[in-house]
Design a protein around this ligand. Structure first.
Ligand code: ADP
Ligand code: F6P
Length: 324
């Protein structure tokens, strides 16, 4: 193992840079080369690389986004695209690859590893927290804090105008961000894809809160929630059924992907980057580096992709108690 490559792929997340930095500096620590692949799998196919030395990754641990950029590459989903990528792996004399990304990136990385019998280690870099085998994906903690701060600000104006706000948060098809930020900001209701809350139940809950004298309300909606066709359709439905409510919608969107990583994510990225390089040096492959109960662990990549990360529905029950 003389040359380890690292790439970031799929949706970027805060903390990716701390993981890149840790991979590069751990390689230097063990006197091996580190090759950065620019723009994820697209860069691997186009041979867009840069040598990463200790000094190359200075001043990035506190920066959001990814210093190596990211991309979504349809070509890597084809055999010819992955074959081209492997040609570049050989041309650059790369002996192992660290993939920092989500389940899609891991799916591609696992295929690549099997097709070419090539060592690949995954670091779960996504704000969605939807990967089996880890309590935290890299960027999730920062996204929770970003969304919480944003919804606190929305609450100020909701109170001032006696309004009901529907706030949509990210998560693709997982409700982790919605569930935790909803509890953190005192949402009246939290709508997540893992629990089907009918629109009738939602209306009844709003009627109860109104009769209990609540003058402003926040509902946090996960983007993958299916209660309505969309958060805007939900707003229209509420206005029709509860004309007394003045309803507004706020979609937080991509701000949840940015920002300086939290201390937790910087430490997590460092732990994962170091563990990924040391795993490759120990001859390991096709595992995802994760964390459970504060301890760094490893999960087969196939399980990380196929498994379903369980959401803590107890938090939903607790949220209802808080809204008695
Ligand atoms: P994430 O990793 O955040 O889930 P995507 O699902 O967009 O993001 O996947 C990122 C990239 O991983 C894709 O653009 C593609 O290059 C690669 N990828 C995703 N799914 C597959 C697949 N089934 N086969 C090969 N490559 C894939
Ligand atoms: O997977 C991370 C994520 O932010 C999801 O939460 C979101 O649905 C998706 O990426 C958005 O993808 P894009 O950045 O391509 O619009």
């Amino acid at each position: 193992m003389k040359n380890i490559a690292v790439l970031t792929s799929g949706g970027d997340s805060p903390g990716m840079n701390s993981a890149i930095r840790a991979v590069a500096r751990t390689c230097a620590h063990y006197n091996i080369k580190c090759t950065g692949i620019v723009r994820g799998y697209s860069g691997l196919i186009e041979n867009d690389t840069k040598n990463l030395y200790t000094r190359s990754v200075r001043g990035i641990i506190n920066r959001g986004g990814t210093f190596l950029y990211s991309a979504r590459s349809e070509q890597f989903k084809t055999n010819s695209g992955r074959a081209k990528a492997f040609e570049n792996i050989k041309a650059n004399e790369i002996d192992g690859l660290v993939v920092i990304g989500g389940d899609g990136s891991f799916t591609g990385g696992l295929k690549f590893s099997k097709e070419f019998n090539f060592p690949v280690i995954g670091i779960p870099g996504t704000i969605d927290n939807d990967l089996f085998g880890t309590s935290h994906t890299l960027g999730y903690d920062t996204a929770l804090n970003t969304a919480t701060e944003a919804i606190d600000k929305i609450r100020d104006t909701a109170i001032s105008h006696h309004r009901l706000f529907l706030v949509e948060v990210m998560g693709r098809d997982a409700g982790f961000i919605a569930l935790n930020t909803g509890l953190a900001i005192g949402a009246q209701e939290i709508l997540i894809p893992e629990v089907n809350m009918s629109s009738d139940n939602l209306i009844n809950s709003l009627k109860r809160s109104k009769s209990a004298g609540k003058t402003s309300t926040i509902i946090v909606v996960a983007e993958g929630d299916k209660t309505g066709e969309s958060v805007f359709q939900l707003a229209n439905m509420i206005e029709e059924k509860l004309p007394k409510y003045e309803v507004r919608v706020s979609v937080l969107g991509h701000m949840q992907r940015g920002g300086s990583p939290s201390c937790f994510d910087r430490v997590l990225g460092t732990q994962m980057g170091i563990t990924a390089v040391e795993s490759l040096l120990n001859g390991e492959s096709r595992v995802m580096i994760g964390i459970q109960n504060g301890k760094i662990n490893k999960t087969d990549l196939s399980k990380a992709i196929k498994g379903k990360s369980k959401i803590n529905k107890e938090l939903l029950r607790m949220s209802k108690i808080m809204n008695t």
